[in-house]
Design a protein. Structure first.
Length: 189
């Protein structure tokens, strides 16, 4: 964990949390005093973890937690009063928000951080794989468009167009996508 955002209306609570976390995780910690400030921080920088000490001065903190988990890969821990726990858990846990009751137990906090790190690393792995697959699909579409151009303009069949692209890619030491782009530049208007 490298970057942590603590959102708390209380400067004293934020400092205590930061000091506690520094005992185990030597990371960069930024404090946001309210939800608006936290949203600005999230827009400017990627954070590995956000801890929201509810309630905040401008909102409860649930909306902030949901916004962050749906739009980023940041792990979120929501610190709440025990009497609010059942209702809050029902609303936020399906979005991947970890709820920890106050007062905070050191062991529980660190266990929540470890669990969020594991889940976040898994999510980042899926995201990386998704990007890789999206790039492969984009390349396939590009090659298919180039094949279509060859079929239309040079009266090739699909197999001939495919072999043409593969052969040019090998001969020119280019990717199929690069060859396809050159074909499209030549034959598409």
């Amino acid at each position: 964990m490298e970057n942590l955002l603590i959102v708390s209306s209380s400067e004293k609570s934020a400092k205590s949390l930061g000091d506690l976390i520094h005992t185990v995780y030597p990371c960069s910690i930024i404090h946001a005093a309210n939800g608006g400030n936290a949203r600005r921080q999230i827009a400017q920088k990627d954070f590995d973890l956000m801890i929201i000490n509810t309630p905040l001065s401008d909102e409860v903190g649930m909306d902030l937690a949901l916004t962050v988990t749906t739009k980023t890969t940041t792990g979120v821990i929501l610190l709440i009063k025990p009497e609010l726990s059942p209702n809050v858990c029902a609303k936020v846990e399906n979005y991947g928000v970890m709820v920890v009751e106050k007062p905070i137990n050191r062991a529980t906090l660190f266990q929540a951080i470890r669990l969020l790190n594991v889940a976040r690393n898994r999510l980042l792995g899926y995201k990386k794989e998704t990007v890789k697959l999206e790039n492969q699909i984009a390349e396939m579409r590009l090659v298919d468009r180039a094949k279509g151009a060859l079929i239309k303009c040079l009266n090739m069949n699909e197999e001939q167009a495919h072999k043409y692209i593969l052969k040019h890619a090998m001969d020119m030491r280019m990717t199929k996508a690069e060859v396809a782009q050159n074909i499209l530049k030549t034959y598409e208007y």
